[in-house]
Structures are given as C-alpha cells and as structure tokens.
Ligand binder design. Structure first.
Ligand code: GAP
Length: 516
C-alpha cells in the first residue's frame, strides 16, 4: 500500500479508536489543533513517563520544573524571539495558498535527489549484478549534471538563509521555476517574514494593558528559573532541569496531522555546563537521546541525525534526530548547543547576576547550555505510525481474514490487559470481574463481555492491548485462564496467580529504563 494511503488510514484509525480527534469537531474542526481521546491520553502519558524517568529518575543531576505558560513580556525580548522567531512566507496569487519559502526550496532539493536515485535504479536494472553504484554516481554524465544543479542551489539557499536574504529566497523560487503544488502556477508574491508567536492583552482597561505572549518553547521557563533551582537545590554544574509543557506557534503551514500543530507539547531539558565543554556535552546528549528512541524497538535504521545548516540565533551547534515517518525522514527532536546566549541575555535584560561560582577554581561564569528538545505530539505520531500494522491472516479452516493491530511496545500501550468471560452466564462474568478487581491496582485493565471472543480480540488488537485473558468453564474448576498475546496471537493456559508476573515482566517501564 502506498505510504500516503497508509497514513490516511492511520489518521482515520486514531479517530475511530479514541486516540486523536480533530479539535472542536462539531464545529467542523479547528486547523492544526487536535484533542487526545481516551486511549490517546494514556499513550501520551506513558511516553511522557518514559522521557521523564529517563531524565529525572536516571540522572542524579537532573531535576524537574513546571513553569507557567505566561511569562513576563521582556522574556521574549531577551530571548530574541520577538525579533528573530520568524518564518519566511510566500503566497501564490492564483491559488491564494501560503507557503514557507524555505520549504518550497527544500522540496526542490529533494526533487533533484530523487532524480539521481531514479537514474541509479534504472542503471541497476540495465546492468544487473555487474552494476557498481558508486562508480555510476561518480561518472555518469546525467547524474553529474543533476548533482551540479543540486550543489549550486544548495549553496545559494544556505547563504540566503544565513543572511536572512528574503529577496534572494524569492529569486531562487523564480529561477528554479518552482510552481504552487496546488495550482501549478508560478505567480508568487514577494517573500515576507512572519513572527510565529501568539500574543494577547493582559489587563482590564485600555490604559492598563500590556501585550503578552503564549510561550513558543518551554525552555525560557527553565532559563528564568536557573538561579532559583540552582540555589534551592544546591545544584553543582554540570546539572540539568527538565520540563514537560505546552508551547504555541502560529504555524502557517500546519499539516500532516499532529506533526505540525499550533498548540503542542514539548519535553525539554537544559543542561548547564562550564564554558568550553559544551561541544563534548552536545555529542554526549546526541548519543543518549538517539539510544532513547532506539530502545523503543522499532528498528535502529529508522532514525538518523541531521545537522543544521542554518543555526538558530542562539546556537553554536545543532542536530535533529529524524524518524522515518510514512512521509519521509522528519525531525522529532532537536539537540542544541545554546552557548551562554539565553542566560547572558536574561542577565542583561533583568539586571540580575546570573552566574555560577565554581568553588574549585574560585571563578564565576555564565553557564553554557546544551538542550534536548523533543516534541511529545510528534513522538506520539512516530510511535503510532511505527505501531500500525494491517495483517492478512489465514484462519484454521483455511479461509482468509485480516486485522489491524497496533504493535505498541507493551509499556506504552494504553490498556495492558483485557479480561473476557467466554459467555455471559454460568458465573463466568463474576469470575472475570474478580481478576480485573485484583489486577487494576497494577495495570490499566479493561473488562469486555460483548460480542464473540474473535471480535473482542480484534477490537483490543486495534487499540494495541498486549494481553487478552479469557475466563472459561475450566477456569471455574482449576483457576486457570488463557492468555492471548497480541503480536503472535498465540495462547497459553496459565494459573490466575501467575498473571501478574507474566504481564509485569513485559509492561514494567523499569525493564526498559535499565537498557538505557
Ligand atoms: N527549545 C528549542 C526548540 O523549541 P525546536 O526545534 O523549534 O526547538 C523542538 O522544537 C521540538 O518541538 C521539535 O523537534 C518538534 O518535535 C517539536 N515541535 C516544534 N514545533 C512543533 C509544532 N508546530 N508541532 C508539533 N511539534 C513541534
């Protein structure tokens, strides 16, 4: 199935099974804003716990924080967001659609790469086993001509971005004859800067109001609390502060479901280090963070680093961790070496000394910062797109069947086990309920008695429940039940007293944390 179709099915599945709903759907939805349903919220909480525990539980020198969304307006002047948190936008006059100029050019670069890949594929078919791909890429005249165009465009693009040269971005779009994906028209406006922060007024009377902003990143709440946490926690550098919370951006091109939203959640950790050591710590956090993803078990080759070509105004190194989504490799997390920019600017704008006194050297300095910044919603999308499977099955009688199954890592699954009485009589429901009552203190359980056992299995597969427990007449005689495993669909007969351990072994988050 084409990846695009698969993605559409995933979005529909999320709605049908209570994972994600469009916001205010009864009013036809609200662009790029989504609500998490009964299973979505559980999955989201489990992802948060995995991240939080991996930071705060596993590191003696990382502590948590929960700072407010509203902050003093000067914060955003100091951080540079008021002046520099912009996207370059361009409108197509015919389709009236608005685009990010940088994304249109990036897509053009991807088209050149695609052409090279297609040339190599054609040649592989022509030459068969004798094909030497590297030699072909290095010498084929058509490939070399495309590569030359790619390199020229790439260099021009990076220069225009670094110099924030909007005119040049518009000229590139014209020279490359980039057309509106919707209308095919090349009738573009000039490129303009657009600030991504939402603002509102604080105060009740016109004379008494001030403009405040919804935070576009949670990080600033950590920076302005650096002194509070360091002093009250008697923290010694290097140390980190972790926070999970909402961020807001007026994204112009909001698309791909929950990939790019206007209201979203970030999980950020700022790690404070001595000046001069930041690039070592940057490499350290890169390796820690990619391991966190790989430990989810979806395949190591699904992740890669992408180093930034244009650095944000605060960074001296930056790399993204990208995941292979159904729509290609895309960023899920950014790791940034932010230098002493933020603390230095807050020191300047607040007039308060924000420094660390190193007892060993007897010197004070403004700490440098390496941050890890992961989008919770984007990680959610990564997890569900990796977990979603459509499987064809052959039944015992030889007939064919199919199922949709969410192969979520068991510790992330919203419901850990579902308990079914085989029938609704003979005391089986009562017996099944006693199992739920016993296990609900340890796991998120569900009791289901409606429909055939087969349909109940399918429903739990679609939700991603790793264990289904069936209570039948034999249970009443010997206190055994069947456990059916979601992924293999195999079944075992076990004692009720063994259930807790069997399930705990697989769903306990500490087993995962030990692998980090
Ligand atoms: N404090 C640094 C910072 O905010 P960023 O690269 O702009 O860096 C970090 O954002 C992460 O936040 C991204 O890797 C992505 O996962 C998530 N994110 C950013 N914008 C988002 C949006 N509009 N919708 C959903 N997630 C977003």
């Amino acid at each position: 199935m084409a990846q695009e179709d698969l993605f559409k099915k995933l979005v529909a599945h999320c709605k049908e099974y209570g994972y994600v709903f469009p916001s205010s759907e009864i009013y036809d939805g609200f662009a790029a804003v989504y609500d998490y349903g009964q299973y979505g919220v559980e999955l989201k909480n489990n992802i948060k716990k995995y991240w939080w525990d991996s930071m705060v539980l596993l590191h003696e020198n990382i502590v948590g924080l929960d700072s407010a969304i509203f902050m003093h307006p000067t914060t955003w002047k100091a951080s540079g967001h008021l002046d520099a948190f912009n996207d370059p936008l361009i409108d197509n006059r015919d389709s009236k659609k608005r685009y990010r100029a940088d994304e249109l050019i990036e897509e053009q670069l991807e088209k050149y790469e695609g052409k090279i890949t297609r040339e190599a594929e054609k040649a592989r078919k022509r030459f068969g086993d004798a094909f030497d791909e590297q030699m072909f890429l290095d010498t084929n005249p058509r490939v070399l001509a495309i590569r030359e165009k790619y390199d020229a465009l790439h260099d021009r693009f990076v220069k225009a971005l670094n110099e924030t040269d909007l005119k040049e971005l518009g000229q590139i779009i014209a020279d490359e004859e980039i057309a509106c994906p919707l209308s095919g028209s090349k009738n573009w406006t000039e490129v303009r800067q657009f600030n991504l922060m939402f603002s509102t007024e604080l105060g009740s009377t016109a004379e008494n109001t001030s403009r405040i902003y919804l935070r576009p990143e949670t990080a600033q709440g950590i920076f302005v609390n650096y002194l509070n946490v360091q002093k009250s926690g008697r923290m010694k550098i290097p140390f980190g502060i972790a926070q999970v919370g909402k961020a807001f951006r007026n994204e112009i091109v909001a698309r791909q479901f929950i990939f790019r939203m206007r209201e979203f959640e970030q999980m950020e950790m700022q790690f404070f280090v001595p000046p001069g050591t930041e690039l070592e710590w940057f490499e350290y956090w890169k390796s820690v963070r990619i391991k966190w993803f790989r430990t989810l078990g979806f395949g190591d080759d699904k992740y890669r680093f992408h180093d930034h070509e244009k650095l944000a105004h605060y960074a001296n190194a930056a790399s993204d961790i990208e995941y292979l989504f159904p729509f290609g490799f895309k960023e899920v997390e950014g790791i940034h070496s932010r230098t002493d920019y933020d603390l230095g600017r807050h020191q300047e704008f607040s007039g308060k000394k924000i420094q660390y006194y190193d007892q060993e050297t007897g010197k004070s300095y403004v700490p440098y910062v390496v941050e890890t910044s992961i989008g919770l919603d984007r990680t959610f999308l990564h997890v569900i797109s990796a977990a979603y499977h459509e499987e064809d099955l052959i039944k015992e009688d030889g007939s064919s069947d199919s199922r949709v199954v969410m192969k979520l890592p068991p510790f992330l699954a919203p419901i850990k086990l579902a308990v079914f009485p085989l029938t609704r009589k003979d005391g089986l429901p009562e017996k099944a309920r006693t199992i739920v009552e016993e296990l609900r203190f340890d796991f998120n359980c569900q009791y289901e008695e409606k429909d055939s056992i087969g349909r109940r299995y399918r429903r739990q597969d679609a939700i991603g429940t790793p264990y289904c427990i069936t209570v039948d007449h034999q249970t009443l005689k010997d206190d055994t039940v069947t456990v059916r495993y979601r992924d293999s669909m195999e079944q075992d007969r076990v004692q009720i007293t063994e259930l807790k351990q069997i399930i705990k072994d697989k769903v306990d988050i500490s087993n995962l944390l030990k692998q980090l």
